[in-house]
Every structure is written in C-alpha cells, then in structure tokens.
Design a protein around this ligand. Structure first.
Ligand SMILES: *Cc1c(COP(=O)(O)O)cnc(C)c1O
Length: 496
C-alpha cells in the first residue's frame, strides 16, 4: 500500500518516506497526504488501546510505507520511560475542562511528543532508502525546540545534531538543560546574537550550495527538525484520539458524542493535528485557536485576512510569539478545495506584502475554528484564579488556552466537554508561574524558584530538571553569528 504526499504548492508528489527525509518540498510547499485517511475501526475498539497501540494505528494510517514492524519499533523507542507518566499523556479535569497534559516528556513541553519519534522516522526512512550518508540535523532554537530535538536525536544511529541558541536570549533553566545534554552525537553552540540571527545562520547554511557539497563530500547530509516536517505533525494527531478515549473511559462522553478542543497556538502545528483528527472521523466539533498578544490568527479568523505587518511582542508565553504560522498553509490547502495554485498565490503575497486575504468561499470553510486571544495580565490572573479555585497549576501557555476556553464558553454557551492542550509544565516557565501565584521572585534565580514553586504547590519537581544546576556542563562551544558555517565544519571535522 502506498499513499502520496503532495506539496501544498503543486510540485511533485513523493511517498511518506521521502517526505520525511526531505522535510520541505522543492517548490517551498509543505507535504500533505493526498487524502486525509479515515478511521476504519470503531471508537469502542480504540477505547481499549493504550497510548502506544493507538499511536501505531493512527500513524500507520498516514505512513503505510512503513511496515508494522518498523512503525512498532519507532513507537516503542519513542514513548518509553523517558516519559515520566506511564499513560504518556495523562488527562486532568476541572469540571468540563479536560487538560491533555502533553508535557511529561524529557524536556517538559509538548514538542517532545513529536521530537521523540521523528528521529526514529528519519533513521528508518534512511535505511529504507539505503542512505549511506549521515544525517546532520541543524536547529536554531529560542529555547524549547532545541532541547527537545537534542533529547530526541541523542544517540540515534546515523544522525548528528547541532543546536544553535542565542547565548543571552534563553532562560537559565533552558540554557542549563541544553549545555548539560548527553549523547555522543550532540553539539550545542551559543551565539552572540538573538534568535533571528541563529535562525538566519541556519537558513544560510541550508541554502549555501558549496557548503552543502563540502559536507556531502565528507558523507554528511543536512536536514532539519522543524515543525513543518510531516513526521512531526502526524504523531501529534495521536493524542487527540487518546484524549477522546480517556473521556470515554471516564464516562464523560458517550461513544460518538462531540467534544471541543482548545489549543494554545504558535506555528499552527498542534491545532492542525486536531483538525486532522477531526477529518479522520474523531467526534470533534469546534477547534478553539488560542493566541497571546501576538494575535495574527485571531484577526485572521475574524476577517479572513492574514496580516503579519505588526511588531512581534515578547510575552510570558514565548513559544507562541510568532507572526508567521507556517502550518496554516496546510489548512489553506484543505479549505481552498486542494487548490495549490490558490495556495501558492497567497504564500507569494505573504512573502511580498506580508499579507493575504481569503476569498469568500474559502473563508466560509473556517467555521470549524474559533479564534481568541489573551493579554499578559489576564494570563497571570488565570493562573492565579485556577490555582486558588481548583488547586490546579498551569504554565503560561496552557493559561492562554484556558482563558480562551472561558471566553468561548461565555460567548457561545457551547458547554461540550473541552479538551485543552496543556503544552508545558509549570516548572518550565517557573518565574511567571511563581509570580502569578504570589511568590516573591525578585533577586532569585530560576533554580531557586523551582524549589519554591514545588514547596508552595506540593507539585513534585520533574526529574529532568531536579538539581540541574549541579549537573556537569558538557557543552561550552560559542561562536559569532557570522561564523556558524565554519563552526559546523569544525564540529564535523570537515576540511576546506
Ligand atoms: C511550540 C509550543 C506551542 C505552539 O505550538 P504550535 O504547534 O507551534 O502551534 C505552544 N506551547 C508550547 C509550550 C510550545 O512549546
């Protein structure tokens, strides 16, 4: 069996194995399955499955070119004890708000859900295509993705990973998580610039032909782990199924009963995965897209115009500080009736003018979505209120989602069971969370605040950051932003 993966912009189709290796299509588009697969097992059947079995089933529908044995090895390797909870994704409920806790992986954020399995997909795909080169994953990070990618690729055969981060642009805990990274194939480099500089340096390396061929001559192929790779998107579909089954098992919904989903959104990957789950036949009604003060998507859902011409605000939910939500392109493809010419036109307009507008027919297909946004003060207040009323501690991103849920409920009266994607541990954004709960944060290091937050709330400190300040620093590489390519060559022992 095979399934075609097409480019949103109309270029040549490939199978899933090639799509995973390539990451992005040659025409700059994103790979999408020619048809979103449909559920062919009953919900009561799925209800008996644990996380791993469900993952094998759902991913198998999208990636039929992997054998069941190959897929099984990927899933078992990814979702093991590196997740601190046996159920992988526990669900915690406050009345009709059900938190799908996606943050119990090694880096305490939901990116682990995809980045723990992507390396297995890549190395399996390499074997299937008889690649003899080593794949070098290059990543620029503003904090979260880099660590999640490092953990995922650590000691995976046939791969090396190099992460660049802005030396003074990440939190203390984030930096410490990265520079204490283990694994013989991992490299972490601080640069003397901001995240954009790191990102530009990586892009430049990708686009530099002579640099790439020098690497190629030494047996290295560059690849990326960013969120447009279809191998990152598909594993995210799984947990929406799992969340629904948890509600079924808890007796909160009956088989086939519709639920709603709220997702704190940045690059639009996570919420798109929920849309795919719905398209497959999971009983989901509305998808609430929660933004912070960078509310491009809110405006888009209101008006049908996407306009990134505004200043990026740095907020306390930094993983959502994004003006171009790349994965939205995949939704545009679906709602425009798979019209790749139309998608290409809109993307070209986005590049040239920073905006594009949907035609009326396409806009009317946005009705599955409801946009909402939350400012900084409301986010902190939400953390405080929910803790005081229910004793539940949320991180800043999850709080943006919860606030959106409350607004949705108030504005529409639609009180179906709501699944809320809970994307980070409160210990990942300790300073903001501790402050919201009334702790004095001044003159204290993030490390101290971790202990204080634990003491105040009774929450156990996650193993992956416990006493992290005492761990041995294994990465001390630094480089100037203009010298990233030279640095890469040096790390890989590639000559001129
Ligand atoms: C990446 C991230 C998001 C945004 O997810 P997208 O898939 O980019 O929309 C939200 N919260 C946290 C904690 C994240 O790390």
């Amino acid at each position: 069996m095979s399934m075609e993966y097409k480019s949103t912009r109309g270029g040549a189709a490939v199978n899933c194995v090639e799509a995973i290796i390539k990451g992005i299509a040659d025409d700059g588009g994103l790979y999408i399955p020619s048809e979103i697969p449909k559920l062919d097992r009953s919900l009561s059947d799925l209800k008996t499955m644990d996380y791993r079995s469900l993952a094998k089933y759902v991913i198998g529908k999208f990636f039929p070119d992997f054998t069941p044995e190959e897929l099984s090895a990927c899933v078992e390797g990814a979702y093991d004890e590196k997740f601190s909870r046996e159920e992988i994704v526990p669900v915690e409920s406050i009345e009709k708000a059900n938190f799908l806790e996606l943050y119990h992986g090694p880096t305490l954020a939901f990116k682990d859900m995809a980045l723990s399995i992507l390396p297995y997909f890549i190395s399996t795909a390499m074997k299937k295509l008889s690649y003899s080169d080593e794949v070098v994953i290059l990543t620029a990070t503003s904090g979260d993705t880099g660590k999640a990618a490092l953990e995922g690729f650590k000691d995976v055969d046939g791969t090396k990973i190099i992460v660049f981060y802005p030396k003074s642009g990440v939190s203390e805990v984030q930096e410490r998580q990265m520079i204490t990274q283990e694994g013989d194939n991992t490299f972490v480099v601080g640069i003397d610039g901001n995240f954009d500089d790191a990102q530009n340096g990586v892009k430049e390396a990708f686009n530099n032909e002579s640099f790439r061929s020098a690497l190629k001559a030494s047996g290295y192929e560059l690849s990326s782990a960013n969120s447009i790779n279809i191998g990152r998107l598909v594993p995210q579909v799984v947990y929406y199924f799992y969340g629904y089954m948890e509600l079924l098992r808890a007796g909160k919904v009956s088989e086939g009963e519709l639920i709603n989903v709220t997702v704190p959104t940045g690059n639009f990957g996570n919420i798109l995965a929920a849309y795919y789950a719905k398209s497959m036949g999971l009983p989901i009604d509305k998808l609430v897209c929660a933004s912070n003060e960078n509310n491009v998507l809110f405006d888009f859902f209101q008006t049908g115009e996407y306009d990134k011409n505004r200043e990026l605000k740095l907020t306390i939910s930094p993983s959502m500080d994004i003006l171009i939500s790349s994965n939205l392109e995949r939704l545009l493809y679906e709602i425009s009736g798979k019209d790749s010419a139309k998608v290409s036109e809109m993307m070209e307009s986005l590049t040239k003018t920073g905006k594009y507008t949907l035609d009326e027919g396409t806009k009317s297909k946005l009705e599955d979505f409801y946009g909402s946004y939350t400012d900084e003060a409301e986010t902190l207040e939400t953390i405080k209120q929910v803790y005081e009323k229910h004793g539940y501690v949320m991180d800043t991103h999850t709080a943006v989602a919860y606030a959106a849920y409350e607004k949705y409920l108030k504005e529409t009266g639609d009180d179906k069971e709501m699944l809320i994607a809970s994307t980070a541990s409160p210990f990942k954004f300790t300073r903001s969370v501790a402050g919201a709960l009334g702790l004095d944060t001044e003159d204290k290091s993030d490390f101290e605040l971790v202990y204080e937050l634990s003491e105040k709330t009774g929450l156990e400190i996650p193993k992956s950051i416990y006493k992290i300040e005492e761990r041995e620093i294994l990465h001390k590489e630094l480089c100037k932003k203009a010298e990233m390519k030279e640095k890469i060559k040096k790390l890989l022992n590639v000559g001129e």
